[in-house]
Design a protein around this ligand. Structure first.
Ligand SMILES: C[S@@+](CC[C@H](N)C(=O)[O-])C[C@H]1O[C@@H](n2cnc3c(N)ncnc32)[C@H](O)[C@@H]1O
Length: 245
């Protein structure tokens, strides 16, 4: 009896349904859909947790996203803010709306970071967020390559409105883009701001002495703020919380 029971249990291993039937006819589209479903699921979970922490720590501020493309994470942020009835929050969308720039060593960083990839026009972006009409007046799109768009005039105008960030999403792949975005963002940090770096482990194959981890270290070394590790997200992202030194 005991033997039969044990045999049955072993047959149930590995206890997770691997859907072997599906795997027999697995094609390229399945591969992409599967990867995206996994990735977006973990990102969405992060936004649920991050907004819960913002709520619990009473962090008042705006949402910045560098690299908005198809507005997937942008919509996650808007939906989670709305669930907390955050009425005054603004959503700042920073993008070239012309895809990735050429920074000379795109492919060295990751062979998926080719120049001109990931283009979403402004109109397409607006269309992706059209159902979020309750936040129609809270969204601000800042078009242009960061080298030019993240300028002193913009810093001045945002500071004049006492802008502070509650959550900043760095989802612009290239180290140079993240560095420009982070340098700009240093002006709008406060104790409790959450920083999310989408490509933390996917630039330079995760080498901590290169790419995104390296520029984060450098920027905070000379800042009045410091960061503490918060959550690791999905396969490549990492987040931090800002605090006063
Ligand atoms: C991976 S996509 C963003 C994905 C998006 N968060 C989503 O969930 O759909 C990267 C985006 O970063 C933008 N980008 C990268 N570097 C940039 C730069 N230097 N200036 C402006 N936009 C940049 C690209 O145009 C692209 O839309």
């Amino acid at each position: 009896m005991k033997k039969k029971f044990l045999l049955n249990q072993v047959n149930k291993e590995p206890y997770i349904d691997l859907n072997i039937k599906d795997l027999q006819k697995w094609n390229k589209l399945d591969e992409i859909t599967y990867a995206q479903m996994q990735r977006q699921k973990y990102k969405y979970e992060f936004f649920q947790k991050a907004f819960d922490l913002i709520y619990d720590n009473t962090i008042v501020g705006d949402y910045f996203e560098f690299g908005v493309h198809r507005a997937r994470t942008f919509r996650f942020a808007m939906s989670q803010a709305k669930r907390r009835n955050m009425k005054k929050i603004k959503f700042l969308a920073f993008d070239s709306f012309e895809g990735l720039p050429d920074v000379n060593n795109n492919i060295k960083q990751n062979d998926k970071f080719k120049k001109g990839l990931l283009i979403t026009s402004e109109n397409k972006f607006k269309n992706y967020i059209k159902n979020f009409n309750f936040y129609k007046n809270n969204v601000k799109m800042i078009k242009g390559f960061y080298e030019k768009s993240l300028n002193k005039k913009l810093i001045f105008s945002l500071k004049k409105q006492n802008t502070k960030a509650c959550l900043i999403n760095f989802d612009c792949d290239l180290t140079q883009s993240v560095d420009q975005a982070l340098k700009f963002s240093m002006n709008f940090l406060q104790e409790g701001t959450i920083l999310y770096f989408d490509d933390y482990f996917s630039s330079y194959k995760g080498n901590p002495n290169k790419g995104i981890p390296n520029i984060i270290k450098k920027r905070f070394k000379k800042s009045k703020f410091n960061i503490v590790e918060y959550l690791n997200i999905g396969y490549a992202a990492k987040s931090f919380i800002v605090y006063n030194k």
